[in-house]
Design a protein around this ligand. Structure first.
Ligand code: ADP
Length: 221
């Protein structure tokens, strides 16, 4: 692996992972590897993967660990991630995925795991008002819509409600987070990699706290 910063961002649905990851990827000039975004692109492009993933995603169910990790493993081997570093968003989200990742890159293949902590009642509020760009994934809300007529400020794509942001799918995804992903807090804590950040602060404060945590973890500016 290369010498750049290598991060995992954990947090419930709606904790602000996507927003922070985009900012972090600019700050450190590293690719933002989001399994959700990769899978949504596969669904849009009607690939074989998209055909498998679409119905599971709409229902709020997880895809198989081996399938997910083979996609991620391939992505991590591309030159940008292999030389500059990366941010993993939405993966690993089970202990099996974390173990498979560790097999590939080693315990020290990750510099820091950021755990964005937000109370469930707050994320529920954020998820019901969340809107996303269908093309680039930019995140808006009914309180902060794009400037013009629900078209994306970045790319002009259509800004819509995600198909899995229905009450039923949200509850299912949050339950899966609790059962499958929360154990990763202990997993990475035991490896001395975990930093928990209060994700209920405003986005700028979360970003500053995250950058400070990464600086401490990597001892570089
Ligand atoms: P969220 O975290 O809000 O549920 P994501 O955009 O990260 O949304 O993922 C959307 C969907 O894609 C998930 O509900 C799941 O079906 C699938 N998915 C994404 N990442 C993974 C993963 N690491 N393991 C299994 N399924 C995944």
């Amino acid at each position: 692996m290369g010498t750049g910063v290598r991060l995992i961002v954990l947090g419930k649905q709606g904790a602000g992972k996507g927003t922070q990851c985009v900012r972090l990827s600019h700050r450190y000039a590293i690719p933002h590897i989001s399994t959700g975004d990769m899978l949504r692109a596969a669904v849009r492009n009607q690939t074989e993967l998209g055909q498998i993933a679409g119905p599971l995603m709409d229902a709020g169910s997880l895809l198989g660990d081996d399938l997910i990790m083979s996609i991620v493993s391939e992505r991590l081997s591309e030159p940008d991630a292999a030389t500059r570093g990366f941010i993993l968003d939405g993966v690993p989200r089970t202990v099996v995925q974390a173990e498979l990742l560790e097999e590939k890159i080693g315990v020290d293949g990750i510099d820091c795991v950021i755990n964005l902590d937000v109370p469930t009642e707050d994320v529920l509020q954020r998820l019901v008002s969340r809107r996303v760009c269908d093309d680039c994934g930019a995140i808006y809300s009914t309180n902060q819509p794009p400037a013009v007529n629900w078209t994306c400020d970045n790319c002009g794509g259509q800004v819509v409600q995600r198909k899995d942001d229905t009450a039923e799918a949200i509850m299912k995804r949050l339950a899966a987070y609790e059962a499958e992903t929360l154990p990763l807090v202990d997993f990475y804590s035991q490896r001395g990699k975990l930093v928990t950040i209060d994700g209920s602060q405003n986005a700028d404060a979360v970003f500053d706290a995250t950058v400070a945590a990464i600086k401490a973890a990597t001892r570089r500016s």
